[in-house]
Design a protein around this ligand. Structure first.
Ligand code: ADP
Ligand code: S3P
Ligand code: MG
Length: 182
């Protein structure tokens, strides 16, 4: 009999760290649903993240983000990828700790930048110097991400499958995430 997931695995970390891609692959490996808070916010609003930021502002987005995270954590254990700003809020961190296990996907700036530079879907990076903005955000956010239960380091050249395997090993080694028959 297979092991049962007891807690929702919540991916946190910077834009481009791989939360959405690794979260999806991990859910598939575990045979549990995959949820992405950004996708849920977009679906509920019938607008893209960029449109929400432009029309209603970031603070509106953050309120929706908290509501969505709270609602998604009430369901059966699954994999939940959050947006890069979600884990900055103490309230969100508390909600996540109550029902889930948080996994910080950490990556250095060069790798993050390589992954986000050609996409214009992230409104916070629409600045005159988006690389610099990304660096500043990372510096500001690392202390919050460091509060995650687990940290898994991404590396250039590590495939989505290999990174997913690393995350799987980290959560397997952590008490209370799975129950397995004796
Ligand atoms: N381990 C990896 N190897 C190669 N590409 C990756 C890896 N992880 C993520 N990516 C790619 O990097 C980009 C950003 O990943 P994404 O999952 O959207 O990050 P996040 O949700 O953390 O912002 C996507 O194009 C994704 O396919
Ligand atoms: O870092 C952030 O504050 C944000 C990250 C984005 O998600 P990803 O981290 O999945 O790109 C998205 O939630 C929004 O653009 C804000
Ligand atoms: Mg994402």
């Amino acid at each position: 009999m297979a092991c049962r997931l007891e807690k929702t695995v919540v991916m946190v970390g910077m834009m481009g760290a791989g939360k959405s891609a690794i979260g999806r692959a991990l859910a598939e490996r575990l045979g549990v649903p995959f949820l992405d808070s950004d996708a849920e916010i977009e679906r509920a609003a019938a607008m893209s993240i960029s449109e929400i930021f432009a029309r209603d502002g970031e603070s509106f987005f953050r309120r929706r983000e908290t509501e969505v995270i709270r609602r998604l954590l009430e369901g059966a254990p699954c994999v939940l990828s959050t947006g890069g700003g979600a884990f900055l809020s103490e309230r969100n961190r508390r909600l996540i700790a109550e029902r889930g296990v948080s996994v910080w996907l950490d990556a250095d700036l060069d790798l993050l930048w390589a992954r986000v530079r050609n996409k214009d879907t992230r409104p916070l990076l629409r600045t005159d110097n988006p690389r610099e903005t990304l660096a500043t955000l990372q510096d500001q956010r690392v202390p919050s991400y460091a509060e995650a239960t687990l940290r898994v380091m991404a590396e250039e050249g590590l495939s989505i499958e290999a990174m997913t395997q690393r995350v799987l090993e980290a959560i397997r080694a952590h008490e209370g995430v799975f129950t397995c028959p004796a």
